[in-house]
Design a protein. Structure first.
Ligand SMILES: Cc1ncc(COP(=O)(O)O)c(C=O)c1O
Length: 370
């Protein structure tokens, strides 16, 4: 039985009526740009992320770009981040004219190593961007303690609804940082029917600045305080996402249940390291990413058995050709490099059936002769 890495049609089938009704309402209203549909969804995301303010934008990449601009990051500045992430995290640093400074990851969680990040801070550092990778929050409070004067942009593109216990209180993804950013790319736990993004913050001044930056730097039409962007969350996407939002918690819980099944079913396979979740974290498992001995051969074997997998990420960002000018070499971030050679993400989406899960487990076990 084939098992795809992700089956968005299976999810759509369960919510079709609600989503289509929400889209039709936007079509009937003919209000496609911002307006109530977007602001109601912004309020809902502020609620989910325990944030005072939420600003919709065109995608998760723009959310990072706008966040950097709102913190006045620009030419000759440095921004410390992880090399083991999707390209946008560092591409946006480059695109505001600043220099990405890559530091290594913690091998168990794949998230940025706080001590390494703090050690890389210089008098040019304007921000640190930790990424909540694969659905698990980065240790924001440790970064804050080690670099108290540096603003934190939490790239929570993969982690809406994840939470972390900080000083015995649950904090939601996006909540504890200076600015948090989300992506609604269709493969995310809360995915649109197209692109979408959101920025959250507790800071009123940053909120006003972000609102201005997303509409060409203007508050009043045709008067521009600064040069901004045209980066809005489309009303049709906001309608879809708002219709999906009530399901997010149950979908993420189902992903956790799937993860628990894999964890137990693969526990005795010594060649596989199942994902480690920091005891202070509750992951939303946007990905279920193992480390595997002979990873490429395992992936080929799974593919031959009709099982979809992916490698997130095959080449860490400090070794990407476009960042050669930064002067990193192989060995600069050894843990990120080792991870790139070992990781494999298995199907984890909430609509997987028990037969799908069994199929994946027996194919992995068979590869290692179990
Ligand atoms: C960690 C991370 N940052 C940023 C992004 C960019 O989001 P988008 O694709 O919505 O621009 C993504 C997702 O694709 C991501 O996974």
């Amino acid at each position: 039985m084939p098992v795809p890495l992700l089956d968005l049609r299976a999810q759509h089938a369960t919510i079709k009526n609600d989503v289509i009704a929400a889209m039709l309402q936007v079509v009937e209203d003919q209000k496609f740009i911002l307006g109530d549909t977007v602001s109601q969804f912004e309020c809902a995301v502020a609620g989910v992320s325990h944030s005072r303010y939420a600003i919709g934008c065109a995608n998760g990449t723009d959310a990072l770009l706008l966040a950097l601009r709102a913190l006045d990051v620009g030419r000759d500045d440095e921004v410390v981040t992880t090399p083991f992430t999707f390209f946008a995290t560092a591409g946006t640093i480059h695109n505001v004219g600043a220099r990405p400074v890559f530091v290594d990851i913690e091998p168990r969680t794949f998230n940025i190593a706080p001590e390494a990040a703090a050690a890389a801070v210089t008098d040019r550092t304007r921000a640190i961007i930790p990424v909540d990778l694969f659905g698990q929050m980065a240790p924001i409070e440790r970064l804050r303690a080690l670099a108290p004067d540096v603003p934190l942009i939490e790239d929570a593109a993969q982690s809406i609804g994840a939470r972390r216990r900080i000083d015995s209180e649950w904090k939601m993804a996006g909540e504890p940082a200076t600015i948090g950013t989300f992506s609604f790319f269709p493969s995310k736990n809360l995915g649109g029917y197209g692109d979408g993004g959101m920025i959250v913050t507790q800071d009123e001044a940053l909120f006003h600045r972000l609102m201005r930056l997303r509409t060409h730097g203007s508050v009043r039409s045709y008067f521009h305080e600064e040069v901004g962007y045209n980066s809005r969350l489309d009303a049709l996407q906001a309608a879809v996402l708002h219709a999906k939002l009530p399901h997010l918690a149950e979908w993420s819980a189902q992903r956790r249940a799937n993860a628990a099944f894999y964890d137990a079913a693969l526990a005795d396979v010594a060649e596989v390291v199942t994902p480690y979740v920091d005891p202070e974290n509750e992951s939303i498992y946007n990905q279920y990413t193992i480390r595997a001995d002979r990873r490429d051969a395992l992936q080929a074997h799974l593919q031959a058995n009709g099982i979809g997998t992916a490698i997130y990420y095959p080449l860490p960002l400090h070794l990407q050709p476009c960042f050669a000018y930064l002067g990193y070499r192989e060995g600069s971030c050894p843990e990120a490099e080792r991870a790139a050679g070992e990781v494999l993400s298995l199907p984890i989406f909430p609509e997987l059936t028990q037969s799908h899960l069994d199929e994946v487990v027996s194919a992995v076990r068979a590869f290692y002769g179990r």
